[in-house]
Design a protein around this ligand. Structure first.
Ligand code: NI
Length: 167
């Protein structure tokens, strides 16, 4: 087990588009375990491989209160999204200390594989829908602040610069 380093926005590596997983082997399962450990330690509710500088289509999430229900989504694809949108406050381990409202479809249906290659379909609503869309964005090289206005994005970058100076 190993804790992985989480990249911070605006690191250009966060803009890379991740490649589909084709081999479901022990190395993949080790990556999933390490990502889970890294997410729980942060602590966070979701982590995309992109955030730990591994550019493969792998996500881990855990929205349970007990933090004992790790979900793994490999090669996730949104098959359907609802027309109705909801605005939710989002945050991100790659954008520490920043939270803002993002509008997204309130429900999505996602097709993915688990770490053994088994395919499944998951209907997502509420927090799960928000989280999976946020994480799939990471695999496409997009961080949630890019959904905000240019003015807000500039404010976020200024705030993060100040944080880094203080550290
Ligand atoms: Ni994120």
């Amino acid at each position: 087990m190993a804790l992985l380093t989480i990249l911070e926005y605006p690191d250009p590596r966060l803009t890379k588009v991740a490649e589909p997983v084709v081999v479901f082997d022990d190395a993949l399962r080790q990556l999933v375990r390490d990502m889970g450990e890294t997410m729980y330690a942060a602590p966070g509710v979701g982590l995309a491989a992109t955030q730990v500088d591994v550019h493969k289509r792998v996500l881990v999430m855990d929205l349970s209160e007990e933090k004992n229900a790790l979900r793994v989504f490999i090669n996730p694809q949104i098959e359907w999204a609802s027309d109705d949108l909801v605005s939710c406050e989002e945050g991100c381990l790659s954008v520490p200390g920043i939270y803002d409202q993002v509008r997204r479809p309130s429900q999505v249906r996602v097709r993915a594989r688990d770490e053994h290659g088994a395919e499944f379909v998951q209907d997502c609503s509420e927090a799960l829908a928000v989280c999976i869309q946020h994480e799939i964005d990471h695999l496409n090289g997009k961080v949630f602040v890019q959904h905000l206005s240019m003015l807000k994005q500039a404010r976020v970058q200024a705030k993060l610069r100040k944080r880094r100076v203080r550290r």
